[in-house]
Design a protein around this ligand. Structure first.
Ligand code: FAD
Length: 403
């Protein structure tokens, strides 16, 4: 009978295994992971690491056995042989596959700065990382976060709420420079500063200083020293594509896949953060790091394995929670898009629509504005031309903004 071997027991891999059984796949499913836990949700790791609900399993404990999904945890796959169609784990288990699915995710980018290996210098990707952060961050501790991305800002917000002294150090001239509009960066920076977080932009870290092997501070390029007892390095993630590269699969900024999760080998699919693909809605090659994207590709892989029609394309989206701000973003901001603000960006609820030169929204960023998010995502997906004045006026219903 057919065997699907899934390498990576994370969000994408765990979701796919469940979908296959839901769709009555009758073959064998093996879910291999290098972490010792079954799949869990990563979003709470940066948002709720200080709370008790920071561990949220993707499926209940009995799910895998109940659904005859073989799990092989704590034993990474170290080699794949595409001719023999086998995957071999570190402990020597050889798994034969009909379809191999690479769902190996991404790993935190590390810094090669002096002091990076001091005790108390942390990164955040796994439950084990979050447990360390949880123990290190408590009322009265001083946390320095290198990198003002979403993970960094989420950790900053929850640490501040816990009574920590928090400094965010960003190399670019604004936080979220890669992923958000200047308008949203500015609004969020003010929001964090008003809650007592120090945000330094245009700041280069020269080194991390320590005493007795433990972190004690950060030294900036301009000579500034920031005392701290915990450092979180949040400078992005790199795809775990080594297995794919070593076996000769096409890789660029991740494993190259098409819109049906196929790699350059018809028997090997890849899904989730590890993939690099031409996105239909965005019209360009991207490596997305988000739950909706991982789930979208899990659906594609399930359709391929089941021989079912491919699911429709989705507008990429993402969310973030910081303090009492619930943010949702969809689409992608381009170099020439024009922002239209709906609401007041210094308030706790507003939306930014980003229009292309034809007056069609290609991205939307919302803060505590669920209706605006839904409408914006629809505009993007349907390529709806909008009326700028109506869009900018919160008193005008959004459906009246569609032209
Ligand atoms: P992962 O979930 O990382 O799973 C990959 C798994 O494969 C890992 O367990 C890895 O250890 C394992 N693996 C790697 N190599 C091997 C090997 N050789 N053998 C066996 N196993 C291997 N997304 C959102 O949409 N919204 C959010 O708010 C959000 N917040 C986030 C907060 C944090 C702190 C982090 C880290 C991520 C967040 N994300 C968020 C991103 C989201 O979690 C990822 O997009 C998602 O987990 C991707 O799923 P994946 O299965 O591709 O990768």
């Amino acid at each position: 009978s057919p065997t699907v071997v899934i390498v990576g027991a994370g969000h994408a891999g765990g979701t796919l295994a469940g979908m296959l059984r839901q769709q009555k796949f009758g073959g064998r499913i093996v879910l291999c992971g290098d972490e010792t836990h079954p799949p869990y949700h990563r979003p709470p790791l940066s948002k709720k690491y200080a709370d008790d609900e920071f561990v949220q399993w993707l499926k209940p404990e009995s799910f895998y056995a109940d659904n005859e999904i073989d799990t092989l945890l704590g034993d990474p796959v170290s080699r794949i042989d595409r001719d023999a169609r086998t995957a071999t784990t570190v402990s020597g288990t050889v798994l034969e596959y009909t379809t191999l699915v690479l769902a190996t995710g991404a790993a935190p980018r590390t810094l090669s700065l002096p002091g990076s290996d001091l005790e108390g210098v942390l990164s955040l990707r796994t439950l084990a990382d979050a447990t360390m952060l949880r123990e290190a961050v408590h009322s009265g501790s001083a946390l320095a976060i290198i990198g003002g991305g979403y993970v960094g800002l989420e950790v900053a917000a929850s640490a501040r709420a816990r009574g920590c002294d928090v400094t965010v150090i960003e190399r670019e001239d604004r936080v979220l420079a890669r992923v958000a509009s200047r308008e949203l960066s500015t609004a969020l920076t003010d929001f964090h500063r008003n809650r007592g977080t120090r945000i330094l932009t245009g700041a280069e870290v020269r080194g991390i200083t320590g005493s007795d092997g433990r972190v004690a501070g950060i030294e900036l390029g301009d000579g500034t020293e920031i005392a701290c007892d915990v450092v979180l390095v949040g400078v992005g993630a790199i795809p775990n594509d080594a297995l794919a590269r070593e076996s000769g699969l096409e890789c660029l900024a991740g494993i190259v896949v098409d819109g049906s999760a196929h790699t350059s080998d018809p028997h090997v699919l890849a899904i989730g953060d590890v993939t690099y693909r031409l996105h239909d809605t965005l019209g360009k090659m991207v490596r997305l790091e988000s739950i909706p994207s991982a789930v979208e590709q899990a659906k594609q892989a399930a359709a391929v394995i089941m021989g079912a029609p491919l699911p429709p394309h989705e507008v990429p989206w993402f969310w973030s929670d910081q303090f009492d701000l619930k943010m949702k973003m969809a689409g992608m901001i381009g170099p020439d898009t024009q922002p239209i603000l709906r609401g007041d960006a210094s308030a706790t609820s507003f939306a930014l629509f980003h229009l292309d030169s034809d007056g069609i929204p290609v991205a939307v960023e919302t803060v505590n504005a669920a209706g605006e998010f839904m409408a914006g995502k629809k505009f993007i997906g349907n390529r709806t031309k909008v009326d700028r004045t109506a869009l900018a006026d919160p008193a005008t219903p959004l459906r009246e903004a569609a032209l």
